[in-house]
Design a protein around this ligand. Structure first.
Ligand code: QAP
Ligand code: CO
Length: 180
């Protein structure tokens, strides 16, 4: 188990599209465990592999108060959406900023679990918003993309100013992509 570094907007690696996992093996399970550890330590309620510079279609989420409802979704797919919901969203990759975003209120998703077994679930409320937010990450999309250009640029400038960049964040896009 290890804590992983979380990339911050506007890091271009957050724009990469994650590829499907073809076999849920021990390497993938170790990655999932690191993702839970990193999310809980933050603390956060959701984390996508893209945020830790791994381009695999994996997300973890737990919207409980006491780490009692962990969800691991590998190769998640939204099968159907219903209704509309507006919620204040934040993101571990956009620290300190929260803005209202509109999403589907209820979604049916299909994914593989940590054991590689397919499952489906119907979710609503915060978990549904979180899963939609995390699937966006796997497609290189961030919640700030739903805001006005003005708001997004303000957030970008503030984060660029306050982020003392770690060396790994300065490496080139091509040279830094992780392919486990
Ligand atoms: C996505 O986000 C989400 O700014 C998960 O300073 C969030 O876990 C979906 C966090 C809200 C729906 C609603 C953000 C922690 C955590 C921050 C997170 C921060 C520290 C965000
Ligand atoms: Co996020």
């Amino acid at each position: 188990m290890a804590l992983r570094e979380i990339l911050h907007f506007p890091d271009p690696r957050l724009r990469l599209r994650a590829r499907p996992v073809d076999a849920v093996d021990d390497g993938v399970r170790a990655l999932v465990d690191d993702m839970f550890e990193t999310m809980y330590a933050a603390p956060g309620i959701g984390l996508a592999a893209t945020q830790i510079n791994v381009q695999k279609r994996i997300l973890v989420a737990d919207v409980s108060d006491d780490q009692s409802a962990p969800h691991c979704l590998i190769n998640p797919e939204i099968l159907s959406r219903e209704g509309e919901e507006e919620m204040d969203e934040g993101c571990l990759s956009v620290p300190g900023f929260y803005e209202r975003v509109q999403r589907a209120e209820r979604v049916r998703v299909r994914a593989l679990n940590r054991d590689g077994e397919a499952f489906e679930m119907e979710i609503d409320g915060l978990l549904a918003v979180c899963v939609q937010h995390e699937i966006d990450h796997l497609d290189g999309k961030l919640f700030v993309d739903y805001l006005s250009t003005l708001k997004r640029n303000r957030i970008r400038k503030k984060l660029e100013k306050q982020t003392a960049r770690a060396p790994s964040e300065r490496t080139s896009l091509a040279g830094s992509a992780v392919n486990l």
